[in-house]
Design a protein around this ligand. Structure first.
Ligand code: NAD
Length: 450
């Protein structure tokens, strides 16, 4: 036990009362939480098989594909990629798992020929998300589409509208929304009020200098195919993130994950943003390589200001989100090594701090953000906490896809339905407008609605 906690005052509740209160509060939040793997109908041999098409098994696609292979009852029927090199790569992975798939270059051909599909997973570059997602839903498929939803707000709106018109499920790939660590942090902030009133938020994604993504010699996509699918050169095809035609830039690529967490935890989209950014460090690209944005929120009638930065020249400090309140702060990241709670010295001390793991970080003593530690009034470990702990060992994308499959099978809520992702898309794509215009952009509440 460190001195900060030894010296501070104790909460009015005794330990048993506190844990009972926390469990009750937590139960309230659990009611609204989306389905994870536990809703999968019992054991692997009992779940309904879902037949899936995978569109765009590139770098992230292969990550999703291999995680899907760990989920019971998922059968890939077809894959689609315009690049034969990636088609072969993905088909070979699936073959190892005894999943023999039909292979297509064009998603329209896939939809024309495959008539027995339940869902599609889309991990193509952002600029084709809207077209492909809308077509898949119109063909009767539920869709899991990677973030950013689309690189234009018009594209995002079409996706929301198509989900409504078709009644199909659309999950957008902001996977933190299915991450038990984030849900646990939210519970502590919202129900247990460990931060008091949140006054500021802060987040960043700094990554080191990106070298061009190349391609294996002799495996170039032929010129006719490049042209047919809208890419002028192999460089633009491989490094699509850096071009305005294909991507929403680093605010959409990286920032969207974290601004999504701001919006989620603050339970509101921003009211304004101002931002500075530019293409300051690379000569041969289009998108800004760094953006520093100031967001404003209104929470409980009070202003909450947030700072966000995304840099592409240094990995200093890595990536995380911080919530700062008048009683404490919480730092969280998808990187599980980073999850800390700092209590303001004069703030109410919780009795459970006696049991918490303490670490020294950033020159301060901190409580490690851990799940599965909650005790029941009789002192035994809460089984719900234990289950969350087990779930949290899975890769975050797997949890988000399980949430999607559970929604299809059992009607449990999606963690990131299109209306939610749309709010995030507005929040980040309009920050690009703020950079461009060099002025403060004010949001009207109706901007976040479709
Ligand atoms: N959720 C996350 O953590 C996360 C992480 C990384 C990337 N992503 C998202 O995943 C998506 C893919 O990113 P990536 O890094 O894997 O890019 P990538 O370039 O490695 O993969 C894209 C794939 O799509 C294929 N493709 C391109 N245009 C196509 C088309 N019209 N039809 C069919 N296939 C086409 C490419 O050949 C490639 O195989 C992006 O939307 C990105 O934002 C999400």
């Amino acid at each position: 036990m460190n001195d900060v906690f030894r010296a501070s005052s104790v909460s009015g509740l005794n330990r048993r009362e506190f844990l009972t209160a926390a469990a009750a509060a937590s139960a309230g939040l659990m009611m609204t939480r989306p389905g994870w793997a536990q809703e999968q109908a019992g054991s692997a041999d009992k779940v309904d098989e879902l037949r899936i098409a995978f569109i765009g098994p590139g770098s992230q696609g292969r990550n999703l594909l291999t995680q899907c292979l760990k989920i019971p009852g998922i059968r890939f029927a077809a894959i689609c990629d315009i690049w034969p090199y990636h088609q072969e790569y993905a088909a070979n992975i699936l073959k190892k798992y005894d999943q023999i798939v039909k292979v297509y270059a064009d998603y329209q051909e896939l939809l024309a020929h495959e008539k027995d599909l339940d869902a599609a997973i889309i991990a193509t570059p952002d600029w084709v998300h809207a077209e492909q997602t809308v077509a898949c839903m119109k063909a009767g498929l539920h869709v899991y589409c990677e973030k950013e939803m689309a690189n234009t707000l018009e594209g995002c709106r079409q996706m929301v509208q198509a989900a409504r018109d078709t009644g199909k499920l659309l999950q957008i790939g902001h996977q933190r929304r299915s991450n038990p660590r984030y849900w646990h942090a939210l519970k502590m902030i919202k129900n247990d009020r460990i931060l008091g009133r949140v006054t500021h938020v802060n987040g960043q994604w700094n990554r080191s200098r990106r070298f061009d993504l190349g391609w294996p010699e002799g495996r170039e996509l032929d010129d006719a195919s490049l042209k047919k699918y809208g890419y002028d050169t192999m460089d633009r095809f491989r490094n699509w993130r850096w071009y305005k035609q294909y991507s929403g830039g680093p605010m959409a690529d990286l920032g969207s994950h974290q601004i999504d967490v701001f919006n989620w935890f603050l339970e509101a989209p921003p009211t304004a943003v101002q931002a500075s950014g530019g293409l300051d460090n690379y000569d041969d690209r289009e998108w800004y390589d760094n953006v520093l944005a100031l967001y404003e929120y209104k929470v409980g009638g009070k202003k909450v200001r947030g700072f966000y930065q995304v840099l592409n020249t240094t990995s200093h400090g890595g990536f995380f989100e911080t919530f700062m309140g008048d009683e404490g702060s919480l730092v969280i990241s998808e990187d599980t090594r980073r999850g800390f709670i700092f209590r303001e010295q004069e703030a109410k001390r919780r009795e459970w701090e006696d049991e918490a793991s303490m670490v020294e970080t950033m020159g301060r003593d901190a409580i490690e953000l851990k799940i599965g530690e909650t005790l029941r009034p009789d002192g035994t470990k809460d089984p719900e906490g234990q289950r969350l702990l087990e779930e949290s060992q899975k890769p975050p994308h797997q949890l988000h896809m399980e949430n999607f499959f559970n929604a299809i099978r059992h009607g449990t809520p999606l963690s990131c339905p299109p209306e939610v992702a749309y709010e995030t898309a507005v929040s980040v794509l309009r920050a690009n407008d703020a950079v461009e215009a060099g002025c403060r952009v004010e949001f009207k509440p109706e901007e976040f609605k479709v």
